[in-house]
Design a protein around this ligand. Structure first.
Ligand code: ATR
Length: 285
């Protein structure tokens, strides 16, 4: 498909932006569906972010994804934000409405849940507590998704206890905090455990988590996607737990933005996954 003067435009704003996989996956879908459109990386320094966002309607962009370090700033900068964005405290997708106003949404919780359903269809969140390791933005998205799926209790475990407490206060309801030293023990009756920290990422040490107490049927989810199979997932797979990786979440969170900007709801397929995985492996090695 060639790009014409009528092409629909979108992109991703971040700083730096060179490692983003979003251009690869959105342009894969544009080609797949034969859409006259373009999706480009937009390197935007923090001090220019609000101004750059306001330029979108002026230069005909239908919207953008937002990545590090702008997700929290985007929540302040948009004209209106959806419920998920407010609860997570961050915007990862901006849609330019017909009147030129900026609508901020957060698709991370949706992506988390959609990939969990696709990878572990037997998982029922209502059956037991879910343990969230970490207390950053990714932890917020995972906790919001699990609460919306009906988890009776969320346990937040974070190296820095105060951040876990702050997150629990923000989320309210059935959320409690477990201290870092207790992270192995708290798995004993868990239905799911998810790593939202940077541990296990290429160049970082594995997450120090002993799975010995975890029931064999509990789902182990890792939000890290480079490498696609982290040491945590390898350990979980070896002991027979269902595993869910971060790469699928990355693909699923992209669906609502693409649908809003380009008018087609794209499908996450094994071929897309293989394409993106090739680049993750390429980067890591
Ligand atoms: P994001 O918003 O992408 O989730 P973040 O806010 O930087 O990223 O959060 C990173 C998470 O990884 C935090 O929960 C952090 O724990 P702290 O709050 O104690 O910093 C966690 N993390 C980073 N390095 C870690 C380490 N060596 N051991 C355990 N947790 C770590």
């Amino acid at each position: 498909m060639t790009t014409t003067g009528r092409a629909r435009l979108a992109g991703v704003m971040g700083w730096p932006i060179g490692h983003s996989l979003s251009p690869l996956l959105h342009n894969y879908w544009l080609a797949e569906y034969g859409i006259d459109g373009a999706y480009v990386p937009l390197p935007v320094a923090p001090e220019h972010f609000a101004q750059a966002l306001r330029l979108l309607p002026l230069v005909g962009f239908r919207g953008v994804n937002i990545t590090v370090p702008h997700k929290e700033a985007a929540l302040q900068a948009v004209d209106k934000a959806d419920d998920a964005a407010r609860r997570i405290g961050a915007v990862n997708t901006v849609v330019v409405d017909d009147d030129g106003s900026l609508h901020g949404i957060n698709t991370d919780a949706l992506g988390f849940a959609a990939h969990l359903k696709a990878s572990a269809p037997e998982f029922d969140a209502t059956l037991g507590p879910a343990v969230v390791i970490g207390a950053g933005g990714a932890a917020r998205a995972a906790a919001v998704a699990l609460l919306d799926m009906g988890a009776p209790e969320i346990r937040i475990v974070n190296r820095t206890l105060a951040r876990a407490e702050e997150l629990a206060r923000h989320l309210g309801g059935h959320v409690r905090v477990v201290d870092w030293a207790g992270r192995g023990r708290t798995l004993a009756d868990a239905n799911l455990v998810v790593n939202t920290t940077t541990q296990g990422m290429t160049g970082q040490p594995p997450l120090a988590l002993d799975l010995a107490a975890l029931p064999a049927a509990a789902v182990v989810y890792d939000i890290v996607y480079a490498p696609a199979e982290t040491p945590l997932l390898r350990m979980a797979r070896a002991r027979g737990n269902p595993v869910v990786d971060g790469l699928g979440m990355l693909l699923h969170q992209a669906v609502p933005g693409f649908a809003a900007w380009f008018g087609v709801t794209p499908v996450v397929t094994p071929a897309l996954r293989a394409q993106v995985l090739g680049h993750v492996v390429g980067e890591a090695g």
